[in-house]
Design a protein around this ligand. Structure first.
Ligand SMILES: Cc1ncc(COP(=O)(O)O)c(C=O)c1O
Length: 468
């Protein structure tokens, strides 16, 4: 006779909740189903970006106001998806609307640098402690250009990236983004055999078809939160390595905090081996503090990349850092783009950074984030769910594993069934979230305590149901 463990019982309940909630979701979203049928005729997966795809179809939105969004079926939700972390200003914020209207009246595009572009560059340099910066149109372009600049500045070709991190969809970084457990190197429990800080067992695993195999030779992989593994690779191959690109806090596998001393050790090692340290702050910049992870953790990289929240909801990216490195742009490293620094994005970005995301706004985001995470923690504890909640300013998440995550391999141990049940449960109760457990919630300045209570109540009921 088989004895069901608590965890098996909860997983079985999660599967039945997921089935029931998914059916209910499909019943409420027939408009999305119809739009999908149209969309898929002209766009692969029926979406503009593969990250927007859904199974069997995505929920298509039509409108947002404040902390709320509406789908094409007129279902209303509280928005915690926040456009993958872009909308920290919330929807249709009056200051952003005014900025965009002004740009629409005065000219949205010249391909000539305007005073607004200069003002936004000044504000970005001030916030993040950069000497010089350039604009791009997305996070992908920001990391692509930062890597080029680092290669040009060092005369080296190889880069290092962290296992399980995402830095956009250009060739150099499309390795080991979400590698399958079975393909990983020989480290830790998952590989079956332990190896000490052995950087050389971290395989460079392709994430996308269509990337030339030869590119893999120039991208090496190291684990997060393991300065020993980094030191190992640098001592073997440091002279080939132009840059280490990393998120100072991993935000594409839930939320993985740097352990005390880790970022400082990384900083020292990069300096010792002449490697350009690039912080990818596309998600953390302007969300977890005014000065992003640089401010929150007090470690200054050589270059940093930004996008998402710095544009007040419009299309933007930026990167910059030490003048001595950025000046290779003046000496032949290509960095350009027709829409770079356009007045539409810059007016919206400037309004967001100087008028909306004020010091008081960050206090508000911190307070709401903590309230949300604490509410989730209470529900997790009271119902004995194998999960934990983390928060950092506007960002936070529940990961379905008891202990906090230290790296990508820990993330692979999260219980997918529990997440798969939580997502339609929350959406059916008016909480709009991203459909993958790699993402996290983003709170906006227009969210209030009532919005947080609604989330906590829905999540609490989910935990009760799960525990049975
Ligand atoms: C950490 C990080 N870097 C880079 C990117 C790429 O940004 P974009 O989608 O604007 O190209 C993302 C996108 O999610 C990201 O999360």
């Amino acid at each position: 006779m088989s004895v069901q463990t608590d965890s098996e019982r909860i997983t079985a309940r999660a599967r039945s909740i997921a089935d029931r909630e998914q059916r209910a979701l499909l019943e409420r979203t027939s408009g999305s189903a119809h739009l999908f049928e149209r969309a898929v005729r002209h766009m692969p997966m029926g979406v503009a970006s593969s990250f927007q795809a859904g199974d069997p179809y995505p929920i298509y939105l039509k409108r947002g106001k404040g902390s709320h969004v509406w789908d094409v079926d007129d279902n209303e939700y509280l928005d915690y998806h926040s456009g993958f972390g872009v909308n920290v200003a919330g929807h249709a914020h009056p200051k952003i609307v005014e900025a965009i209207e002004r740009a629409a009246r005065e000219g949205v595009h010249f391909a000539v640098t305007t005073e607004t572009t200069v003002e936004l560059a000044e504000e970005i340099c001030r916030r993040f402690g950069l000497e010089r910066m350039r604009f791009t149109n997305s996070g992908t372009e920001a990391t692509m250009d930062a890597i080029r600049v680092a290669r040009a500045a060092t005369g080296r070709e190889t880069i290092l990236k962290i296992e399980g991190s995402y830095h956009g969809h250009h060739d150099a970084v499309l390795f080991s983004v979400v590698p399958e457990a079975a393909l990983l190197g020989l480290r830790g429990k998952l590989g079956g055999e332990a190896a000490d800080s052995a950087g050389d067992v971290y395989r460079t695993i392709p994430t996308s078809k269509g990337v030339p195999a030869s590119v893999a030779e120039h991208t090496l992989i190291v684990p997060f939160n393991d300065p020993g593994a980094l030191e190992h690779v640098l001592s073997e191959r440091g002279e080939e390595i132009a840059a280490l690109i990393m998120e100072p806090v991993m935000m594409n596998v839930g939320l993985v905090l740097p352990q005390p001393g880790y970022l400082e050790a990384v900083r020292d090692l990069c300096t010792r081996f002449g490697v350009v340290l690039i912080f990818d702050e596309v998600k953390s910049g302007a969300t977890i503090a005014a000065g992003g992870a640089i401010e929150r953790f007090g470690v200054q990289p050589d270059l940093a990349c930004f996008a998402k929240a710095i544009g007040g909801g419009t299309t933007i990216g930026a990167f910059g850092g030490k003048g001595s490195i950025m000046d290779v742009v003046t000496r032949g490293a290509a960095q350009q783009g027709t829409f770079n620094g356009n007045p539409l994005s810059c007016r919206a970005g400037l309004a967001a950074l100087t008028e909306v995301l004020t010091p008081a706004a960050y206090d508000h985001l911190d307070a709401l984030g903590t309230m949300l995470a604490e509410g989730c923690r209470r529900a997790i504890e009271e119902n004995g769910i194998a999960a934990h909640a983390v928060d950092l300013g506007a960002k936070g998440c529940v990961s379905y594993r008891v202990e906090p995550l230290r790296n990508y391999r820990d993330y692979l141990e999260c219980n997918q069934d529990l997440f798969a049940a939580s997502w339609p449960w929350l959406v059916n109760r008016g909480i709009f979230m991203t459909p993958g457990d790699e993402e996290q919630w983003t709170i906006s300045v227009q969210h209030d305590e009532g919005d947080i209570r609604t989330y906590v109540e829905a999540f609490g009921e989910f935990c009760v149901e799960l525990a049975g």
